[in-house]
Design a protein around this ligand. Structure first.
Ligand SMILES: *[C@@H]1O[C@H](CO)[C@@H](O)[C@H](O)[C@H]1NC(C)=O
Ligand SMILES: *[C@@H]1O[C@H](CO)[C@@H](O)[C@H](O)[C@H]1NC(C)=O
Ligand SMILES: *[C@@H]1O[C@H](CO)[C@@H](O)[C@H](O)[C@H]1NC(C)=O
Length: 559
């Protein structure tokens, strides 16, 4: 069988070549010869004439007509705009092909059941801090500052939780980081250079019960304590520091090719970020106690450039090295370390920010005004988001299960309270047809019923319920079950027959529907596959599969 089929293929192939040769050399016979010479030569035998295409009687574009094949070719740029189909020329083994795709966005089929102690959905692929809407990572809090709805920058709880969940998920999926201790005052000791009017001593610190480096420099700029290093490849720096106000630790980065020098100053001040030319300043706070700072130097450098409207550069990680560390002012230093990553430090920065910033009602208010949709009042600064609450619970549940510290568990439990307060009373809860509960990502009046934010909230509830020990009487469990009933009831309303709706504003505002972009549609599909692993109601898996099909151009049949 195999052999015969192969022979048939070869024969077909030969035939094709013959047809091609025939058209090339003898094509002038027959109807081919009646075409203009130019089109014959340019089309390698498949002559095509220009023809005007009229689109819905509204406008026209120039197309090609191939009489021999009895077909009309329209420019792909038109197809792209008209149908939102994506295409690009690709090359494999020197052969060019045109690749057409109906959608973008990636679907992940879960390999195992979702685990509240494991990665958060597919967040190991997220890089929150590189996003343009992240102004920088706060030197005091170690969490991102958002400029999404306010250029001044503010703490956006959803973004901070996502930063934590991304680092937690990366910690679980990435290889053990490379870590190099530069100076810990014990096993690793470096020769710091002390200028004439500066002072440095190694001594036992009774507060931290360890040997530390104590330094003091005079007001003169040349008065410094500095260390020459030569470190490429890894750029996450951590250190224990305690400094008097305005003292600083400066990390010097050098571009290996361009002989460019960038100074990252970590200053005992309350300033968020300040940048001037090659000097970038981050305030790390003025509290007189030991604290650990963990900084991604490349991110810190890039955010300083963006602040000065300098263009983003590609892969600076490969071009820079750490060339020195400079101390000035008065303070103490210990455990200076350079690593390839410190995901858990970043995760705990987010978790402890959430504990500190939580308000009395268990909520994390968003301090920026949010314009959600035309015809709906803006959300005034101080609004709550069910998605922030849910994401925060997911962070806190993981922090509790890793550390055993009940502070995290208590904060996660308190976060339920806001979820149960109706939007009109300052909470985030809406009801569909006065019956089905919906936790609102944006608690507008009337409600919008945003799908992805609602499902993320459900995941937070699930996380808490499982971490609490699967107690069937738990409040989180009841809220999760109620939410799942709503989801299964309302899911068909989000189906467009060829994609999904982002929200239900076409019902509640009476405006035209808000169709989900493909990346949001892919998020919906990924979320439904995940939930299908927790609840065997077929509507979840069937909807996920049908919606995945929409991404390859499948559509619901018509009558
Ligand atoms: C430096 O690290 C060691 C080991 O983790 C720790 O015991 C010590 O307290 C740290 N130093 C400071 C000043 O926190
Ligand atoms: C720094 O280290 C690299 C190898 O990582 C080496 O090629 C280079 O010569 C070193 N530079 C200096 C100034 O020591
Ligand atoms: C720190 O520096 C700022 C600006 O240079 C100055 O206004 C302030 O007085 C200084 N604070 C201390 C405690 O030296």
């Amino acid at each position: 069988m195999m052999l015969v089929r192969m022979n048939m293929k070869t024969v077909l192939g030969a035939l094709c070549v013959a047809v091609l040769l025939f058209t090339l050399f003898w094509g002038h016979c027959g109807d081919f010869s009646r075409r203009p010479l130019g089109s014959v030569l340019s089309e390698h035998g498949h002559g095509a004439d220009d023809i005007e295409c009229i689109i819905n009687g509204e406008y026209s574009v120039s197309c090609r007509r191939d009489r021999e094949r009895d077909d009309v070719y329209v420019p792909f740029s038109l197809v792209h705009k008209y149908f939102e189909i994506y295409g690009k020329i690709t090359t494999t083994d020197g052969v060019e092909k045109f690749e057409w795709s109906h959608s973008y966005g990636k679907i992940y089929h879960p390999k195992k059941k979702y685990d509240p102690r494991g990665t958060f959905t597919t967040f190991e692929n997220y890089n929150v801090e590189v996003r343009d809407r992240v102004k920088c990572i706060s030197g005091i809090e170690g969490v991102p500052i958002s400029t999404q709805w306010d250029p001044k920058g503010f703490f956006y709880p959803t973004q901070i939780a996502q930063f934590g969940l991304a680092h937690y998920s990366k910690f679980l999926t990435e290889a053990e980081p490379r870590r190099r201790i530069i100076d810990d005052g014990e096993k690793h000791i470096e020769n710091w250079i002390v200028s004439k009017d500066a002072f440095m001593v190694r001594e036992y610190d009774s507060e931290s019960q360890t040997n530390i480096l104590r330094f003091s420099t005079s007001d003169h700029v040349s008065s410094q304590v500095w260390l020459k290093v030569n470190i490429s490849q890894d750029f996450v720096l951590s250190a224990d520091v305690m400094m008097k106000p305005n003292s600083s630790m400066t990390v010097v980065l050098q571009n290996k090719e361009k002989k460019e020098t960038v100074y990252l100053h970590y200053v005992a001040s309350t300033q968020l970020i300040y940048a001037q030319d090659d000097h970038i300043y981050y305030g790390i706070g003025v509290e007189q106690k030991w604290r650990k700072i963990t900084r991604d130097l490349i991110i810190d450098m890039q955010k300083g450039w963006i602040l000065q409207d300098r263009p983003k550069r590609r892969s600076p990680r490969n071009k820079f090295k750490i060339s020195s560390v400079i101390l000035s002012g008065t303070g103490g230093l210990d455990n200076v370390t350079v690593s390839s990553s410190e995901h858990m430090a970043q995760f705990y920065a987010a978790a402890s920010w959430l504990v500190r910033a939580q308000r009395g009602r268990g909520g994390w208010p968003v301090p920026a005004r949010r314009r959600v949709a035309a015809g709906v009042a803006d959300l005034a600064p101080g609004w709550y988001s069910a998605m922030s609450q849910g994401h925060a619970i997911s962070v806190l549940a993981r922090a509790y299960s890793r550390s055993g510290d009940v502070t995290y568990l208590q904060a996660a439990r308190r976060a339920l309270y806001v979820l149960d307060v109706p939007s009109h009373a300052g909470g985030v809860k809406a009801l569909w047809m006065d019956k089905f509960v919906w936790y609102e990502e944006y608690p507008t009046k009337p409600p919008l019923f945003v799908l992805n934010g609602f499902i993320y909230t459900l995941l937070g509830l699930y996380d808490l319920h499982v971490i609490e020990g699967e107690n069937s009487m738990s409040l989180a469990k009841k809220m999760f079950d109620d939410g799942m009933t709503s989801l299964k009831t309302l899911l068909p309303l989000f189906d467009t027959g060829s994609g999904s709706f982002y929200d239900l504003r076409h019902f509640t505002l009476g405006v035209s529907p808000n169709i989900a972009r493909w990346d949001y549609h892919a998020t919906h599909v990924n979320q439904l596959y995940l939930l299908a692993g927790l609840d065997d109601d077929p509507i979840l898996l069937n909807t996920a599969k049908r919606w995945e099909g929409y991404m390859q151009g499948k559509r619901a049949a018509h009558n």
